[in-house]
Design a protein around this ligand. Structure first.
Ligand code: NAP
Ligand code: ZN
Ligand code: ZN
Length: 346
């Protein structure tokens, strides 16, 4: 076992504080990663506050991990010491179910192991990226291409893949009108990625205060959802809407913005349910769907796509002591556009 420094919430809703955790010995198929940067995802906040239900404490959040391999197990074939690598939301899966066999391990039905707030195959709780080092099976590690700096790469491991996967699956590309609902961590990546994929991109944000940024990141249009005229003006416009909003919304109003056969794909994970009048789907043969992160193979594809198109996250680099303040700003929709922890400060 190796003792490493980490930032943890000792109990639900408690502020995060410095502590130490144990990392398992490097097994045959494991790599030891010196974590350099860890992004703060809104999912970290939902879980620290037990917004999604009972959680495991102490909790070391963090599933947007970028670092460098510092040791490899005897059976490791894909990575060497010194390689620049990333780890996202999963660190293992059953590897036997239909979805795992098809390479969709994010939809593992046998139970995948989440990077933190999970139980590993050794029966021990998993601890995430707000820490100095992590031990991960090489099959759940991806390579960060040389063209992307590690700090702006970290958020790609969750915000990047969670938006890339539905954009690809629902064919965002030339000739398609795509709206991104909510311009926070996931939303700003959705704008960059949908633009790079060739779609015409519209941001639907609560206000116009981030409009200049949105247009710079690649949006063609930007509208405030607080203005009722937006819903009149954009009725029947979009082929695809990706909702990244962390709070419950009136999806019926957004479904009215789709064309016939359009899809509203939700990746946001609000803590409360929504209600929906199903007539908003029937008229116009519309689809309301969800999507969870992406597979390991797709995560690598997304990183290579980002390197090819010069895409990284827009980040605010912080020291570990600023994590609790950063959480408050995320909750206020005041993130521009991802907080990333410099793990050297832990
Ligand atoms: P974030 O940075 O806080 O962004 C969320 C954005 O939603 C905000 O910036 C804001 O955008 C908008 N928003 C927030 N509250 C709102 C409200 N009451 N009404 C309307 N809009 C509101 O969060 P994130 O890290 O991008 O994560 C977004 C959500 O996705 C979270 O629920 C997270 O848990 C979930 N998530 C899901 C997956 C998955 O696999 N499906 C993966 C990662 C994260 P504007 O200021 O532009 O309005
Ligand atoms: Zn996340
Ligand atoms: Zn499985």
């Amino acid at each position: 076992m190796t003792t490493v420094a980490a930032y943890a919430a000792p109990a639900a809703k408690a502020p995060l504080e410095r502590t130490t955790i144990e990392r398992r010995p490097v097994g045959e198929h494991d790599v030891l990663i010196d974590i350099k940067f860890a992004g703060i995802c809104h999912s970290d906040i939902h879980q620290v506050r037990e917004g999604w239900g009972q959680a495991i404490f102490p909790m070391v959040p963090g599933h947007e991990i970028a670092g460098v391999v510092s040791q490899v197990g005897s059976g490791v074939t894909k990575y060497q010491v010194g390689d620049r690598v990333g780890v996202g939301c999963m660190v293992d899966s059953c590897r036997e179910c239909e979805n795992c066999k098809a390479g969709h391990e994010q939809y593992c039905t046998g139970g995948n192991v989440m990077t933190y707030n999970g139980i590993g195959k050794d029966g021990q709780p998993t601890y995430g990226g707000y820490s100095e080092k992590i031990v991960v099976d090489e099959d759940f590690v991806v390579r960060i291409p040389d063209g992307i700096e590690l700090d702006v790469a970290a958020p790609l491991l969750c915000a990047g893949i969670t938006t890339y996967s539905p954009l690809k699956h629902w064919n965002a590309g030339p000739g398609k009108k795509v709206a991104v609902l909510g311009m926070g961590g996931l939303g700003h990546m959705a704008v960059k990625l949908a633009h790079a994929l060739g779609a015409e991109v519209t941001v639907l944000s609560q206000s116009l205060r981030k409009k200049d940024d949105g247009l710079k990141l690649g949006a063609d249009h930007y509208h405030a959802t607080s203005d009722p005229a937006t819903f009149e003006q954009l009725r029947g416009t979009f082929d695809l809407i990706v909702s990244t909003v962390s709070a419950p919304l009136d999806f019926g109003a957004y479904l009215s913005l789709l064309k016939t056969d359009g899809a509203l794909v939700n990746v946001g994970a609000p803590e409360e349910p929504i209600s929906l009048n199903l007539f908003s789907l029937i008229g116009g043969r519309k689809t309301l769907a969800g999507s969870s992160i992406g597979s390991i193979r797709e995560t690598q594809e997304m990183l290579d796509f980002c390197a090819e198109h010069g895409i990284g996250a827009e980040i605010e680099l912080i020291g570990a002591a600023e994590i609790n303040d950063a959480y408050e700003r995320v909750l206020d929709s005041d993130v521009r556009y991802r907080f990333v922890i410099d793990t050297a400060t832990i």
